[in-house]
Design a protein around this ligand. Structure first.
Ligand SMILES: [Zn+2]
Length: 115
């Protein structure tokens, strides 16, 4: 289970235990909360190796430079929501007024605004 899935499950469980929402509405609510947080710039901090600082003449300086990066507040992050490379197909009904839906994430393409 990815960190993103873990966070989503935590929010979903909280919604199910703390509200009278159905499984379906709580699931949709968890997605809405995550999308809103993602749009506000919320990210997940992750542990990752520091980038290699190349210094062939002085390998000790390389470790010092990596320590400088940590002191400067270097962190690695992942997006809160996996970003989908949408695969749009044509489908139109009452809900999908733009006429296109993603086959992977089921997102509905926003209607294009004609100038
Ligand atoms: Zn998609």
């Amino acid at each position: 289970m990815t960190k993103q899935e873990e966070i989503r499950e935590g929010i979903l469980n909280w919604l199910l235990c703390s509200t009278n929402l159905s499984q379906c509405k709580a699931s949709s609510g968890a997605d809405s909360i995550l999308r809103k947080l993602h749009s506000q710039g919320v990210v997940i901090k992750v542990d990752r190796e520091l980038p290699k600082v190349c210094n062939k003449l002085n390998p000790i300086a390389r470790a010092d430079e990596q320590q400088d990066m940590l002191k400067a507040g270097y962190i690695a992050v992942e997006p809160l929501v996996e970003v989908c490379e949408h695969d749009w197909i044509k489908l139109r009904n009452k809900a999908i007024t733009s006429g296109e839906i993603c086959t992977k994430c089921k997102a509905i393409r926003p209607e294009s605004v004609e100038p």
